[in-house]
Design a binder for this molecule. Structure first.
Ligand code: PLP
Length: 462
């Protein structure tokens, strides 16, 4: 199993190499050269299995020789041991034929834990075997950073630096990044927005002297290993509602397009998915693209669902790669145009995109109203991101087909918005109730590449 770049100009790598590399050297994103297939019988055989066993069977074909069967099983079992729910990703019913997939029972209460806990164990196993050490730098709109710091804290072979937009993450998100006191994890508050954080991260990867000097590795959602981890819960939830005998649809609160792209991979592997619905907040570049002609950047407007406050959705490049018939040159040209504002999508590619993805958006008012309405109709208290999903799902779903909306975070991660909408201030689960009492450690930093690189070099072992 080899991995190739969406821009066609970087060497093909193994799973392990692609995972440790993150962004390809031509600026592209790694994707599997061919997508492994699961037959209807293999999918049917997942019924009743544990989440871990499902994860093993779904992901194994993507891993190739990078890990032995036994190693990979141990990695999966360690990754999900710290979750607060035995089902890992339980499904609850909201309304007739509308279900909510609760992805917030991990250690930092957001779906990012599914991928990050796995990638932490994968990195540790790979680096130990190689006798190497790496510096992981990540950009976050809130949840990736806390999930990464939680997954990598205390590991021997890794230093972690997380860039987050100063003043634009929730207090719980910030505290989850700034309170772990392990010496190998560092929270950096950047003066800028999430797109600035992501742009500086890309700059660091494109500064080859720095990249090689600190042995830079990435765990942002551009890392294919993260996408892969998220493919699993599409299978586990669809099978529990009757797949492969019955088609299901998914609505996914979307920012960087990583989570919904995992659904696309699941569908390409053979899971019978009817619609994949992209749900955006007021930062709706993806909805505008899928309902218009092209992909044009706007201003990022802060919202009550901050983990989706994104204009440039990095994983959308992967969807474009497939929509353009795996033409790396065409993708490279689109990305060139994007750096000066945006691009039109060709008619054929747009048809291909619309065949897989529908979309919708929710305003701030609609999001708040959905939190209140869902609490009344089902007793489920949604976080604002999940509420964006539920609103769009209700609008778009076909009553004959089960709709699964992904609940991407626990309401206690965004208590202010949830309280505003519902009058209820959701408490943190007991296992993390002392978060507000722990002391914080954070460095404020300019939106300046040289300043960030100097800081990182000064905080890793020589
Ligand atoms: C990251 C995140 C999203 C967006 O996921 P993408 O993979 O970036 O599309 C949605 N909701 C929450 C709570 C998140 O943390």
């Amino acid at each position: 199993m080899k991995y190739i770049s969406t821009r066609g100009q970087a060497p093909a790598l193994t799973f392990e190499e692609a995972m440790l590399t993150g962004l390809a050297r031509d600026g592209g994103l790694y994707v599997p050269e061919t997508i492994p297939q699961m037959s209807a019988d293999e999918i049917a055989a997942l019924a009743g299995l544990s989440y871990e066993e499902t994860a093993y069977r779904v992901m194994r074909p993507f891993i190739g020789d990078s890990f032995t069967d036994g190693e990979f099983r141990d990695i999966i079992s360690r990754a999900y041991a710290g979750f607060g729910h035995a089902a890992r990703a339980p499904l609850v019913q909201l309304a007739p034929n509308h279900f909510l997939l609760e992805l917030f029972h991990g250690p930092t209460l957001a779906f990012k834990d599914f991928a990050m806990q796995l990638i932490g164990q994968l990195f540790e196993a790979a680096l130990k075997r190689r006798g190497e050490r790496v510096t992981i730098v990540g950009a976050t709109s809130g949840d990736t950073g806390s999930a990464a710091i939680e997954a990598f804290r205390g590991l021997d072979a890794v230093d972690v630096f997380i860039l987050f937009p100063h003043g634009r993450v929730s207090e719980v998100q910030r505290r989850q990044m700034t309170t772990p006191d392990d010496a190998n994890v560092h929270a950096l508050a950047l003066d800028g927005d999430f797109d600035d954080c992501q742009a500086r991260l890309k700059d660091m990867f494109n500064d080859f002297a720095f990249r090689d000097g600190v042995r830079l590795a990435g765990v942002n959602s551009i890392n294919f290993a993260r996408v892969l981890a998220q493919v699993v819960y599409y299978f586990s939830s669809a099978v529990s509602l009757g797949a492969p005998g019955r088609k299901v649809s998914f609505t996914v609160p979307t920012g960087n397009f990583g989570d919904i792209f995992a659904g696309y991979i699941a569908k390409q592997m053979g899971l019978p998915i009817d619609r994949l619905v992209v749900a955006t907040n007021q930062n709706d570049i993806l909805n505008r693209c899928l309902t218009g002609q092209g992909y044009f950047k706007g201003e990022t407007i802060p919202s009550i669902s901050p983990s989706m406050d994104i204009q440039v959705s990095s994983n959308f490049e992967r969807a474009l790669f497939y929509a353009y018939g795996q033409d790396g040159k065409a993708v490279a040209q689109l990305m060139d145009e994007l750096s000066s504002g945006g691009f039109n999508v060709s008619q054929g590619a747009m048809e291909a995109l619309r065949e897989s993805f529908s979309s919708g958006r929710a305003s701030e008012e609609e999001t708040l109203a959905t939190i209140a309405a869902t609490l009344n109709s089902s007793t489920e208290l949604l976080c604002p991101h999940s509420a964006v999903g539920v609103k769009v799902a209700e609008e778009q779903r076909d009553p004959q087909t089960p709709m699964i909306t992904l609940a991407t975070a626990h309401p206690a991660k965004f208590p202010d918005a949830v309280e505003r909408a519902s009058g209820i201030r959701p408490p943190l689960p007991p296992r993390m109730a002392d978060l507000y009492d722990r002391s914080e450690r954070v460095s404020r930093i300019d939106n300046d590449l040289a300043a960030i690189e100097t800081h990182i070099k000064g905080h890793i072992p020589a």
